[in-house]
Design a protein around this ligand. Structure first.
Ligand code: MN
Length: 255
């Protein structure tokens, strides 16, 4: 494996951001490149994929993920064939997953069918990296991953993970990474959970624009504050933590 030249290497990682939901999408791509933020632009429907790809073409640090958000499955399940058609051209997949929260529980069976189809297609094609939503459905998500997805066929990042310590252990044993955002670190319960995650599996994310940062939607460069907070929690310097997270991303992409 050749080393990436230092000037090409990112300084920060935002592994889950909805760039296309900001009015200044194009500016955010430039900002990510300028600030050296390796940003994964997730999409919520496969229809958004092509446009996102065009926007990020030529970007050094922005990559685009093909998604079908579990909260949209009730209205957008008909886009699954489009998802499957585009998947061979996508290395990154997300946002996908399951949401058993009260607002989306009615579509849960349908969400499971869609998620399993997506996982099966990823397993068949191989070399995919997924960012997965698991609100109130961590054990179901893990059960599907373990059943359908051989760890060598795909890599999984659990985004905004809020499961139990036992579920975190189970996820880590499967090979999952965890992308941590600033909102997660506001809750004492989730801070405790994050403190127990394996340090070599930590990534950062904003989940912008859904996460607020001082009265405005979080932007990719705001991961710096999350890195600083994680550093404090692990008693290392922010520089060490930032470097560790960039290395974790490198390991995820190489495996
Ligand atoms: Mn999201």
């Amino acid at each position: 494996m050749t080393e990436v030249p230092t000037h090409m290497r990112p300084r920060w990682v935002d592994f889950h951001c909805h760039l296309d939901l900001y009015p200044d999408h194009e500016l955010l791509i430039k900002e990510s490149d300028r600030e050296g933020v390796a940003t994964l632009a997730v999409t919520t429907t496969p229809k958004a994929w092509q446009r996102n790809r065009e926007m990020a073409e030529g970007s050094q640090h922005v990559r685009v993920a093909l998604g079908l958000h579990p909260q949209l499955v009730a209205e957008r399940a008909s886009e699954l064939p489009l998802f499957e058609k585009e998947l061979p051209g996508a290395r990154y997949v997300g946002e996908v997953g399951l949401d058993a929260g009260p607002r989306f529980y009615a579509s849960f069976d349908q969400q499971e069918r869609v998620f399993v189809r997506i996982l099966q297609a990823c397993a068949e094609q191989g070399d995919k990296i997924l960012t997965v939503h698991s609100v109130r459905a961590v054990s179901k998500v893990l059960a599907h991953l373990e059943r359908v997805l051989l760890p060598e066929r795909a890599r999984v990042v659990l985004h905004w993970f809020t499961g139990s310590a036992a579920e975190a252990k189970r996820a880590a044993e499967f090979g999952c990474y965890f992308s941590i955002n600033s909102a997660m670190l506001q809750s004492p319960k989730h801070r405790k959970l994050v403190s127990g995650l394996p340090v070599e599996r930590l990534l950062t994310e904003t989940d912008g624009p859904f996460v607020d940062n001082g009265g405005r939607p979080a932007r990719p460069r705001d991961v710096a504050a999350t890195v600083a907070e994680l550093a404090k929690m692990r008693a290392v310097t922010p520089e060490q933590m930032a470097l560790g997270i960039v290395r974790n991303l490198g390991a995820l992409l190489r495996r």
